[in-house]
Design a protein around this ligand. Structure first.
Ligand SMILES: [Zn+2]
Length: 95
């Protein structure tokens, strides 16, 4: 009896594992997470653009938010929404 129960529990564990590793299920979960990441990134970029437009409106666009020095033209060309100079960028490839 106890052994049967063990086997039953083991079988149900196995079927759970199969669900998780179902190729299609995994692809859908993966794609959903990819889409969520993309949507989050897009919202982030829209917020950056909104913030940049607000800085254009109040005249602070193109100036470092930390030191107030003008942000290099090349940096603004590469990252039009940059709010700090290269020196004060939060991290590489960011800000
Ligand atoms: Zn700065």
């Amino acid at each position: 009896m106890g052994e049967d129960l063990e086997r039953l529990l083991e079988a149900s564990r196995d079927s759970n594992a199969d669900d998780e590793h179902d190729p299609e299920g995994q692809t859908i979960a993966f794609e959903r997470s990819q889409h969520q990441a993309l949507a989050a990134e897009t919202r982030h970029r829209l917020a950056e653009v909104d913030a940049a437009l607000a800085r254009v409106a109040d005249g602070s666009y193109g100036r470092c938010a930390v030191c107030g020095e003008p942000i290099a033209e090349g940096r603004l060309e590469a990252r039009p929404t940059a709010r700090t100079c290269v020196r004060h960028a939060p991290s590489l490839g960011n800000g």
